[in-house]
Every structure is written in structure tokens, then in C-alpha cells.
Write a protein that binds this ligand. Structure first.
Ligand code: PRP
Ligand code: URA
Length: 215
């Protein structure tokens, strides 16, 4: 299911993000702020477990997040989204996945994979058994090839429920990801008009990695 945000703050910040005059320092701040806002929206349906605390006056019956959350940023551009999510869910585990698009074929190439399995030296569980929901982070959903490849990898690894969170999507990318993985919810700030002949989202924002890292 596709969830394009309609939040006014997300609209404003996405507009500033697109602006060719927005320099890397401000661009990174906006990616972080937008990630936190989108993280709020993408976690709206997560289950709660009861949690009672003692205030100075009495017991207060409250709640805490029940599922354990894993964050999987797709390198490079997804890296900039991690801190915004960690502000919301500081206990989330973070696993890195490196994919880049071949410039000619536009197909994703995997070059880094640190998805863990088994136990940590402390004995604590890690890997897919230790989380309940996996948030895949990547600002741009263009052809959808990278997102589909990343979800394929996560599912092979044994990931439970997966949600994709991005900033800008092309209709082509939404279609491709939804067709390949209809169970993966897609949360984005905006769905743009089309892809150009080089596979760039129009109007988009250009290259999300280059704009974050000044390359
Ligand atoms: C960008 C972006 C996505 C991918 C989207 O990464 O961050 O991962 O392109 O394109 P797709 O939907 O057509 O697969 P890029 O390959 O430019 O690598 P980078 O993040 O290292 O710059
Ligand atoms: N990757 C980007 O960073 N931007 C696009 O428009 C398409 C793919």
C-alpha cells in the first residue's frame, strides 16, 4: 500500500530539499528532519504493549512500543535517514546494505551486506529473529530496482514485516515495488511525475547521495 504524506511540514521541507540552491549542510538537515516526520507516520500502526510507571502521585497505566524495530539504510543515500529514525526509536538496531545503480543498465549492484545472524558475543540474539519490523530506508524510489533487490535480500535473510520509507518516488518505482512485494507498505514524502531517459526522477531533486555528501 502506498502512503504519500500530506503533512504540511513535510510538503514545505520537501520543497526546500528539491531546491537546487539548497547546499549539502542544509540538505542533510532536511533529510534528517523529513526522516523523523516520515518515521512518525510510518510507525502509526505499530502495536503497543502495556507499561505501568509510577508518577510522583500514583501509578499511570501507559504503553510502550511492542515490536522490536530494525533499520536498514541502503548506502549511500539512505545513511542520511538513520539519525532521524534513531531520534524516534533509539533502541532500533541498524544494519547496512550497499547497493548502487549501474549507470548504463540502471540495475542495482550489491557491494556491501552486514545483515547479521545468530548471537552477539554477549549472548543476545541478533539478526532477523531479534526484530519484528524492518524499516528499509532510501530517499529515492526511481525505477524501483534497488528497493526490490533490497527487499529480496531482506526476505531471503528471514526478515519479518518490512516497510519501505523514502522521500521521493516515481510512479514507475511505486508500481515495480508494489508488484514485486505487495506486502511492503511504501511511505514517501512525494510521488513525482515521471522518470527521465537517464532514470532520474522528474522534478525530483537530482542525485540524493551527491547532494548529501557534496560529491
Ligand atoms: C540511488 C538511491 C537509490 C537508487 C534508486 O542510489 O539512493 O538507492 O538510486 O534508484 P532505482 O529505484 O532506479 O534503483 P545510487 O545508486 O545513486 O547510489 P548512492 O546512494 O550511493 O548515490
Ligand atoms: N537516484 C537519485 O539519487 N535520484 C534520482 O532521481 C534517481 C535515482
Amino acid at each position: 500500500m502506498l502512503y504519500p504524506s500530506e503533512h504540511p511540514l513535510i510538503r514545505q521541507k520537501t520543497t526546500e530539499l528539491r531546491d537546487v540552491e539548497t547546499a549539502p549542510r542544509r540538505f542533510r538537515a532536511l533529510v534528517r528532519e523529513l526522516s523523523a516526520l516520515l518515521g512518525y507516520e510510518a510507525t502509526l500502526d505499530l502495536e503497543l504493549a502495556p507499561w505501568t510507571v509510577r508518577t510522583p502521585l500514583a501509578d499511570a497505566e501507559g504503553a510502550r512500543l511492542a515490536p522490536a524495530v530494525g533499520l536498514v539504510p541502503i548506502l549511500r543515500a539512505g545513511l542520511g535517514m538513520v539519525d532521524g529514525f534513531l531520534e524516534l526509536i533509539p533502541d532500533a538496531q541498524v544494519w547496512h546494505l550497499g547497493l548502487y545503480r549501474d549507470e548504463e543498465t540502471l540495475r542495482p549492484i550489491e557491494y556491501y551486506n552486514r545483515l547479521p545472524t545468530g548471537r552477539l558475543p554477549t549472548g543476545a540474539l541478533t539478526g532477523p529473529q531479534s526484530i519484528d519490523v524492518c524499516l528499509l530506508l532510501d530517499p529515492m524510489l526511481a525505477t524501483g530496482g534497488s528497493a526490490v533487490a533490497a527487499v529480496d535480500i531482506l526476505k531471503r535473510w528471514g526478515s519479518p514485516r518490512i516497510k519501505y520509507v523514502g522521500l521521493i518516488a516515481a510512479p514507475e518505482g511505486v508500481q515495480t515495488l508494489s508488484a514485486a512485494h505487495p506486502d511492503v507498505d511504501i511511505h514517501v514524502a512525494a510521488v513525482d511525475d515521471h522518470l527521465n531517459e537517464h532514470g532520474y526522477i522528474v522534478p525530483g531533486l537530482g542525485d540524493a547521495g551527491d547532494r548529501q555528501f557534496g560529491t
